[in-house]
Design a binder for this molecule. Structure first.
Ligand SMILES: NC(=O)c1ccc[n+]([C@@H]2O[C@H](COP(=O)([O-])OP(=O)(O)OC[C@H]3O[C@@H](n4cnc5c(N)ncnc54)[C@H](O)[C@@H]3O)[C@@H](O)[C@H]2O)c1
Length: 425
């Protein structure tokens, strides 16, 4: 039996906390030995959960790269703009890395991370959790088996959810491109990655994209609305009211996401949530925020061999982060909805259903991306334990290719033109 993998967590917020729970389920496989986070609240929580020695509770991650190496791997779960520096520094120090998506917010930084990991012989697993989802794996398996013949067209939709968009992309951490990244990268690098995965090694030749920041702007502010929902006289007619999204749930005893996110340095209750809404970013009117990321965007791609793909991302949906996918082949049609993969065969005119078993772990939250969060960290830990990079599906090279595709799609939107991709690489 191998000793547990020792990990350090850099960024002990939502994602860092989720992945770390693996150590609670499998203490024989993983030990959280250090944490770096400027938030005292986050560090204290980690100390209580993982019994971390005081000298390994750090405000600044640089401490861990300046000292002798005290762990095998690091989970980098900092905000988007703070991925590249720690990733490069920990790679140089010989740590295997689980890096949250997006890898980084520029092409240059993504390339540097991948190069440094390769030069230092460390494994890099990017947080493309959906690649580990049983339904997604089933689609890949079915496509590779040739069950729908040649793949001709991929149609993929990401329904963000209206309240989720208001929370994360209008009021929250991913609302402003200069502070985080464009929404195609922040939200849908997963989706472009899946399309790239299903295209199965065929290179993307051309890409176009259009997208807009719709509705969430000053000119849509209702007459008489205040700048904060708790002061607003027309709040009851607004679906995006912060009282509805945060305060009403906590009054009914719910303290999970997104309520849990808004009181950074305290546990959520009626008092802390009310205070957060009075003074913090999540109490702002959605029509008075400094948001500039797209709420609806389409991306069209042409791959080698005439394979086309069309992706849509839309904020204004009832469903929360539910994807709809249909893949059209020369011999049949495959579709995914709610964990069920259906294959219609043109020859037999019959539909076969495949329900991929979802192993959602309670400890990983209500869904944990349908069990995929658990499966990603499980694969990463197995890869480190066995020194076997092949166990990582979302590896450096694959993730880099799909990230580059996102950057090119966004360039197309900005420059309002078709981008012809470099066909040499
Ligand atoms: N894979 C996925 O599906 C998925 C889902 C959500 C978020 N993410 C990504 O995960 C990352 C983290 O997101 P989150 O939702 O956990 O955010 P979060 O705000 O909950 O957590 C970020 C943490 O980083 C800490 N931090 C800030 N600066 C730091 C620094 N210099 N050093 C160390 N820690 C620092 C913050 O105090 C906070 O605790 C982001 O890049 C985000 O885009 C991925």
């Amino acid at each position: 039996m191998s000793p547990p993998v020792r990990i350090i967590v850099v960024g002990a917020g939502c994602r860092g906390s989720i992945y770390s729970r693996y150590a609670i389920i499998h203490p024989d496989r993983v030990q959280v030995v250090g944490v770096a986070d400027p938030s005292k609240f986050a560090r204290t929580k980690f100390r209580q959960l993982y019994n971390i020695a005081d000298e390994n509770l750090c405000e600044d991650w640089h401490t861990f790269v300046q000292r002798d190496k005290c762990a095998d791997a690091v989970l980098i779960c900092t905000p988007d703009q703070l991925h590249k520096e720690p990733a490069v520094a920990f790679a140089k120090k010989g740590f295997h890395i689980l890096l949250e998506k997006p890898m980084a917010t520029t092409v240059e930084d993504c390339l540097e991370i991948v190069k440094t990991c390769s030069q230092n012989g460390v494994m890099l697993c990017v947080g493309h959790v959906l690649r580990y989802h049983p339904s997604i794996c089933k689609i890949k398996e079915l496509l590779d088996s040739g069950v729908i013949g040649d793949v001709i067209h991929i149609q993929h939709l990401e329904q963000i959810g209206s309240n989720h968009f208001a929370h994360s992309y209008v009021r929250g951490n991913w609302r402003n491109e200069a502070e985080s990244s464009c929404s195609l990268l922040a939200k849908s690098c997963h989706d472009i990655d899946l399309i790239h995965h299903w295209a199965g090694g065929r290179k993307c030749l051309k890409v176009t994209s259009f997208g807009f920041v719709s509705h969430f702007s000053k000119n849509h502010k209702p007459t008489g609305a205040a700048n904060r929902c708790l002061d607003c006289s027309v709040e009851d007619t607004c679906p995006y009211s912060a009282s509805k999204i945060y305060l009403n749930p906590v009054k009914q005893g719910y303290t999970g996401w997104p309520v849990s996110i808004i009181c950074h340095s305290a546990a959520p209750d009626i008092e802390t949530v009310t205070e957060a809404l009075k003074t913090g970013p999540y109490g702002r009117c959605v029509y008075e925020c400094d948001n500039d990321v797209c709420s609806n965007q389409v991306v069209n791609m042409e791959f080698e061999g005439g394979l086309t793909a069309a992706f849509s991302m839309v904020a204004f949906t009832k469903e929360l982060c539910v994807r709809r996918t249909t893949i059209y082949g020369s011999m049949g049609e495959l579709s995914l909805l709610n964990n069920e993969v259906r294959v219609f065969d043109f020859l037999t005119q019959k539909t076969t259903k495949h329900v991929a078993a979802v192993n959602a772990r309670e400890e990983f939250g209500l869904t944990g991306h349908g069990g995929a969060d658990y499966l990603l960290i499980d694969s990463f830990i197995s890869a480190v334990t066995n020194n076997d990079p092949s166990l990582i599906i979302s590896d450096a090279e694959e993730s880099l290719k799909s990230h580059l595709l996102v950057f090119e799609a966004e360039r197309s939107r900005r420059e309002d033109r078709v981008i012809h991709l470099d066909q040499s690489g």
